[in-house]
Design a protein around this ligand. Structure first.
Ligand SMILES: [Zn+2]
Length: 164
């Protein structure tokens, strides 16, 4: 795995034909209890400034300038990641679902499902349509047991691990 790169030091190159997917993280996100990492797309924002026209989809436009959270970091996809993204796109999976399918929550340890022995899935509800991992609310942990649903991921994890 390559190292994380600070967005403020260096932006990913967006040359040639997209779409441009990378790993992203934006620092601690309170309701997750960690700093989530996910694969997300850079979108063409067409502001007319060269170099800054491709931005991550979670960037903010305030009517004057476009920004990303101060701690935003990125790293390139591995070959295996690229193959997975290509496969999902071919299946018609929308960009935002690629984020939610690839998000990992480092340090949130979930016990394996006692029925099937697999790790449970974590789903979140976006705060608004098109919101990404950093604007999530209400986390659901699901597998063979009844779903666990809480407003924060650490709370949901405690309940899941108590049952599993
Ligand atoms: Zn299961």
């Amino acid at each position: 795995m390559s190292e994380w790169i600070n967005w403020k030091d260096k932006r990913p190159a967006a040359e040639g034909k997209g779409p441009f997917f990378h790993w992203w993280r934006v620092g601690p996100v309170a309701n997750t209890g960690t700093s989530p990492e996910w694969i997300g797309k850079m979108a063409f924002c067409g502001m007319g400034y060269a170099e800054s026209e491709y931005w991550p989809e979670f960037s903010n436009w305030n009517g004057y300038q476009r920004t990303v959270p101060a701690l935003t970091q990125w790293k390139p996809l591995t070959n295996a990641d690229q193959e997975m993204v290509a496969r999902l796109l071919k299946q018609g999976v929308p960009d935002c679902s690629i984020e939610t399918r690839t998000v990992v929550y480092p340090g949130i340890d979930l016990d394996k499902c006692p029925f099937c022995g697999r790790l449970p899935r974590v789903k979140f509800r976006p705060r608004y349509i098109g919101a990404c991992v950093k604007d999530s609310e209400e986390f659901t942990i699901e597998c063979c047991l009844p779903d666990v649903r809480r407003n924060t991921l650490p709370d949901a994890a405690v309940i899941w691990n108590r049952r599993a």
